[in-house]
Design a protein. Structure first.
Length: 320
């Protein structure tokens, strides 16, 4: 999406969600803050992706969009796993064959933080294919989504490669994003969001203890409560992000993060794998102190990379 086509509140939302991803990997498992974050962060990320993706006009456009998604999602995935493998080589003193095996194992099973990029890439392919053959049907995707809740019952040793068992959820949420844009949910939230949130937040609070939408571990809690809770949470957080986007204090930093979420995701994955936060900091500060330190560390590395890239671009322009 070009700079002119970008939607401000969506960049702000992506930036906020990226910080939530870091928080979700830091806060205690099963606690209220973690349940709160997991009720919306992955579903809303995918919904926003569906909101901003276009429809392939023909078979050529289909392959153009697939190629673009491959460059946006799968190439960074491979790069992250390659850096991980090299890091494990030096950390664990692996030989060449073990390093190569580590890389291919990561790719085949789509492990660690980047699994999200892998599943989203395949979900986009199916999304574009369905739109290309004009077979979209809202009832069909609701049924696919519901069937997805039976997949966690499959034993781990029968799971699909590259976490493709999660495709029903991702495909469903992509189409939620598509229909949200088609039926102008954004305009509805702008007009009636305050009243809607007033009724939804108490309901969210009631349902939250009975739901747990952790797609990473594929634990879904009570299916009925989890589905309803995810929908409510996404509505509330979307309105929240649309509201804070009106203030420069929040919009400028969050939207800038939102434009570079994959870079921050890569940094977070690498520090998640190689920095033993629990061993070094948990005994000295509480989990919220660790979270603050972790976010500052991620953003500091991220800012340095952004600055370095801007300086390199400036030097290239100067040479031309």
């Amino acid at each position: 999406m070009s700079e002119k086509e970008r939607i401000s509140w969506i960049d702000t939302a992506k930036g906020f969600l990226m910080l939530c991803v870091i928080a979700g990997h830091t806060l205690p498992l099963g606690g209220f803050p973690e349940r709160l974050i997991y009720s919306f962060h992955i579903p809303l990320f995918v919904i926003l992706s569906g909101y901003t993706m276009g429809e392939p006009k023909n078979i050529y456009d289909f392959f153009v969009k697939v190629k673009k998604s491959f460059m946006q999602l799968y190439i960074p995935l491979l790069a992250i796993y390659f850096i991980e493998a090299v890091g494990f080589k030096f950390k664990n003193h692996l030989d060449f064959s073990e390093t190569v095996n580590t890389f291919f194992t990561s790719v085949v099973y789509a492990i660690h933080v980047p699994w999200f990029l892998c599943v989203l890439f395949y979900a986009r392919i199916l999304y574009f294919l369905i739109l290309l053959v004009k077979k979209e049907n809202p009832i069909l995707f609701i049924l696919i989504f519901i069937c997805g809740f039976f997949i966690p019952k499959i034993p781990d040793y029968h799971r699909f490669y590259q976490q493709l068992e999660k495709l029903p959820f991702f495909l469903f949420f992509l189409f939620v994003g598509r229909y949200s844009k088609k039926y102008k949910v954004e305009d509805f939230l702008k007009k009636h969001g305050t009243l809607l949130v007033f009724f939804l937040v108490p309901l969210w609070a009631v349902l939250l203890p009975h739901s747990y939408f952790d797609l990473g571990l594929f634990y879904l809690g009570n299916p009925r409560f989890t589905i309803i809770c995810a929908g409510i949470a996404c509505c509330v957080v979307t309105y929240f992000c649309m509201t804070i986007d009106q203030y420069k204090l929040f919009r400028i930093p969050l939207s800038f993060i939102g434009k570079h979420t994959i870079l921050l995701l890569a940094i977070h994955d690498l520090e998640f794998m190689f920095i033993p936060w629990d061993a070094h900091f948990s005994s000295r500060i509480d989990e919220y102190g660790t979270l603050a330190l972790r976010i500052v560390f991620n953003l500091a590395i991220w800012v340095m990379i952004i600055i370095a890239r801007l300086l390199i671009d400036k030097m290239r322009r100067h040479e031309k």
